[in-house]
Design a protein around this ligand. Structure first.
Ligand code: BTN
Length: 254
């Protein structure tokens, strides 16, 4: 695929194990910020929390963007949220689909999972040396392409939701350019940049106000998702009234 990406450059692969692994190796070798590694298929695509990401050829988008934002470790959760905000915004612009956000990394359409984000970062001291933002978007796949019953039960694609096929190139360009720009704004905008990004999240949010079970397996909290704090943590009000801050893990809607 040939795509000109403003502020970045694209490496297109027919197939790779995981675009995140490919991009991490390039980043360790010094590849510049804005380098995008995309593949038609992945043989070992990875999701968050050790899950696999089904990545058949010819249908969807699987890509990873090398970012070198000047941010501290504390801001790493915000990188994931920024990627979700930019991806949803670009998908809305290009397709007019009303894509929504489920904390911390899910793109939803009609309440089903349209895409996901896996950010993996490398630190130098207390600063981010580089982050690789891996993004998977279900574009033209059909239900049978999801393979497992678990994924079939929760996932959708732009094709499944709209009944029409979508070109992948403009989606890749829109999302990649948005993420590259968003990383700059997050790093250079200070507290205002973060607030602006969190405000955009809230416009597209599908999590707040819902009853949820949230957190890492074994340390989950049940209650109402009430807000995001300035560091991007999810605030959950338990039935006891106590408000807990969820830093990592998953959200299940109850
Ligand atoms: C999730 O929802 O758990 C995150 C899914 C991230 C999948 C993408 S596809 C491109 C990149 N390469 C990977 O191996 N994973 C990410």
């Amino acid at each position: 695929m040939k795509v000109d990406i403003t502020g970045g450059s694209l490496i297109w692969l027919e197939s790779t194990e995981s675009t995140n692994d490919h991009a991490l190796a390039l980043a360790r070798d010094g590849a510049p910020s804005g380098t995008v590694v995309a593949a038609d298929a992945q043989t070992a695509g990875r999701g968050r929390l050790g899950r696999s990401w089904v990545s058949p050829p010819g249908l969807n988008l699987y890509f990873s963007i090398i970012l070198r934002p000047e941010l501290s470790a504390r801001a790493i959760p915000l990188i994931t949220l920024m990627c979700a905000v930019e991806a949803a915004g670009a998908l809305r612009n290009v397709t007019e689909a009303e894509v929504k956000l489920k904390w911390p990394n899910d793109l939803l359409l009609d309440g089903r999972k349209l895409g996901g984000i896996l950010v993996e970062s490398h630190m130098k001291g207390s600063q981010v040396e580089f982050a690789v933002a891996g993004i998977g978007i279900n574009v033209n796949c059909r239900k049978q392409d999801f393979i497992t019953p678990e994924v079939k039960a929760i996932a959708t694609s732009l094709f499944m939701a709209s009944g029409r096929k979508h070109h992948r190139a403009p989606l890749l360009k829109g999302v990649a350019e948005g993420v590259i720009k968003g990383a700059g704004a997050l790093a250079q905008g200070g507290a205002d940049g973060k607030d602006e990004m969190l405000a955009l999240w809230k416009v597209m949010d599908a999590t707040l106000g819902r009853r949820v079970r949230a957190g890492d397996p074994g340390s989950e909290h049940e209650g109402e998702a009430i807000d995001l704090d300035p560091d991007g943590r999810l605030l959950v009000r338990k039935d006891s009234g106590e408000v807990v801050k969820v830093v990592t893990g998953d959200v299940v809607f109850l």
